[in-house]
Design a protein around this ligand. Structure first.
Ligand code: SAM
Length: 246
């Protein structure tokens, strides 16, 4: 998969050389290109922002550098990537969206700063490429860079070959299927007793059916406790008759 990222802070993306994503880049599973938006400015100060029409505080990112950047990274006569624009006013980013984006061949991320990017940029881009405006949650970051790092990690780990054990994503919170609207329950490793706290006995029993049942009960309990609104979204076909009545 190819990823292009346009930002005024290319140095923000140094973490993409580390850990799973760094390894995926080195093995050729991910081809990541980070671009400095200011390369498409033409004035001495390399200006990317201006005052908002209609007044009000803050600055807005100018359309001209963004237009030139998108034309250069996704030429109008070439194959179109999907443009992903992080913004608090976008659709909420979910595991299902990460899976959809992981199936694309080419993603282009546009990192906003200040009060965001002049709205004509996305409107114009949408005439020649698919666009997703995506929100990480109901809060406001200072810029799109951190949002893109989050999305790249969530998307990258779903690309076949990136994770050592592909099965681990199937058991994750929000994984499609049985876990779709559930949070994963508690996990444990050795030693069996630590600071007088024992690992739940069932996990040492070797009884795989009973362990699966216990894990599902724990997932249902934790979801009821921390995200009760998710329980209403459990698909009836993923429920079994032994599920806890919560
Ligand atoms: N004025 C904008 C608003 O109220 O919707 C907020 C702009 S914010 C200070 C600057 C940039 O940070 C945005 O253009 C976007 O790229 C990024 N950003 C901030 N919060 C975000 C969120 N919750 N999800 C995704 N991106 C976010």
């Amino acid at each position: 998969m190819r990823l292009d990222i346009i930002s005024i802070f290319p140095e923000y993306f140094a973490p993409l050389d580390v850990s799973l994503i760094g390894k995926a880049r080195r093995t050729g599973l991910l081809d990541v290109h980070v671009h400095d938006l200011r390369s498409w400015t033409h004035d001495r100060h390399r200006t990317v922002d201006d005052t908002p029409y209609g007044g009000g505080p803050g600055m807005v990112m100018k359309p001209e550098p963004w237009g030139e950047a998108l034309d250069a990274v996704a030429p109008p006569d070439g194959p179109a990537p999907r443009l992903v624009v992080p913004t608090p006013s976008g659709r909420p980013f979910t595991q299902a969206m990460a899976a959809e984006l992981a199936a694309e061949d080419h993603l282009l991320f546009a990192c906003g700063r200040y009060e965001g990017i002049d709205s004509r940029v996305v409107a114009e881009a949408a005439t020649r490429m698919p666009v997703s405006e995506v929100s990480l949650g109901d809060f406001v970051l200072a810029g799109g860079e951190v949002a893109v790092l989050v999305m790249v990690e969530a998307i990258g780990r779903l690309i076949p070959g990136v994770l050592g054990n592909a099965e681990s994503v199937a058991d994750d919170s929000f994984a499609p299927g049985a876990m779709e609207s559930l949070l994963e329950g508690p996990v444990f490793t050795k030693p069996p007793v630590w600071r007088e706290r024992a690992v739940p006995e069932i996990l040492l029993s070797g009884n795989h059916g009973a362990i699966a049942r216990w894990r599902r009960d724990q997932a249902l309990r934790r979801t009821a406790q921390n995200r009760p609104e998710l329980l209403g979204r459990l698909a009836p076909e993923t429920l079994d008759k032994h599920d806890l009545k919560i």
